[in-house]
Ligand binder design. Structure first.
Ligand SMILES: [Zn+2]
Length: 317
């Protein structure tokens, strides 16, 4: 049986620390001196939106914060490469396309334009790459194939799952044990070896957009997109991975598992998470994600996209 973990693998030699700059790392739960994989360069990956609907103000929190971080790092003399991915294939996009009688691509294009308008209105203009999942299908499929070859993933009835029990380091970001986790239940549960296993590839249902793969027609799961896109644009180990706090588990935990089992080296030096926006409702009461979870995008605060307030982060999936 193959088991390995990145904790048993060597970290690439990092640059000399910046003389004054420190960064809080969710992985170590400590503020650490800032050192980069390549001297003078910084790679940043921020999980971006799933573009099934108009952007709301919660989607803008991460971009505004990381725009400031990039500007500061550039001011410090670093050459910074910042990537924000776009998830343009997903159940919610497929449902929205069916509801509106449009193609998934049309729904995505419309909402990407809206997202970009919002970024521009806020002066967020430092992003270097906006890779789209549907443009990276070859990289996603070969990433999954590598995990299958190394026996960290298995095919089951046209789906492919990551076998969480094979990664002895699983849970290190969110401090969870495999036993404490719930996997995706429903119909998928019968196809999985362990409840915590998660889908890397989903077999196509009739009339769904799908791509050819070694496991038949299908589409990728959400977590694998980020592992494949960050590798493509920033390499196997890069400097800063960002996102809202609500992405720590399961999304970032699963990204680490996929990338570190695949490459046998740390995915990221610093995991940097931003807090969640709390917006007040009509009664002036502050609400977090749970309290506002029942609102639809039509519960917006006004006509301007920047005034829309729904659930509070870019993580609404
Ligand atoms: Zn992500």
């Amino acid at each position: 049986m193959t088991t390995k973990t990145a904790s048993s693998t060597a970290m690439p030699t990092l640059s000399e620390p910046h003389p004054t700059l420190h960064i809080y790392n969710t992985l170590s739960k400590k503020k650490e001196p800032f050192r980069t994989v390549e001297a003078g360069k910084v790679g940043i990956y921020l999980c971006g939106p799933t573009v099934y609907d108009k952007a709301h103000i919660g989607h803008m929190v991460g971009p505004v914060i990381f725009d400031c971080i990039k500007r500061f790092l550039v001011y410090c003399g670093y050459d910074v490469n910042w990537v924000v991915n776009i998830t343009d294939v997903d159940d919610k996009l497929i449902n929205k396309a069916n509801e509106r009688g449009m193609t998934m691509l049309e729904v995505a294009e419309e909402n990407i334009a809206d997202y970009n308008d919002n970024l521009a209105a806020l002066g967020v203009d430092q992003v270097d790459h906006f890779p789209r999942a549907t443009d990276c299908m070859d990289e996603i499929i070969s990433f999954i194939a590598s995990l299958v070859d190394q026996e960290f993933a298995y095919e089951s009835e046209g789906d492919v799952y990551f076998e969480v029990g094979k990664d002895t380091g699983y849970g290190k970001l969110s401090n969870r044990t495999v036993d404490a986790m719930q996997g995706e239940g429903g119909g998928m549960a019968q196809r999985k070896r362990g409840l915590a296993d998660f889908a890397l590839w989903k077999s196509a249902k009739p009339d769904e957009p799908s791509w050819e793969s070694p496991w038949g027609q299908g589409r990728p799961g959400w977590h694998i997109e980020c592992s494949a896109m960050s590798k493509k644009l920033l390499g196997e180990t890069f400097d800063i991975h960002g996102g809202g706090l609500d992405l720590v588990f399961p999304h970032h935990e699963n990204e680490i598992a996929q990338s570190e089992c695949c490459h046998t080296q740390p995915m990221v030096t610093y995991w940097a998470h931003n807090g969640l926006l709390r917006a007040s409702n009509a009664a002036g009461k502050l609400g977090g994600r749970t309290e506002r979870a029942n609102e639809s995008p039509s519960d917006s605060l006004g006509e301007s996209p920047l005034q829309r307030a729904g659930t509070p982060t870019q993580a609404e999936k």
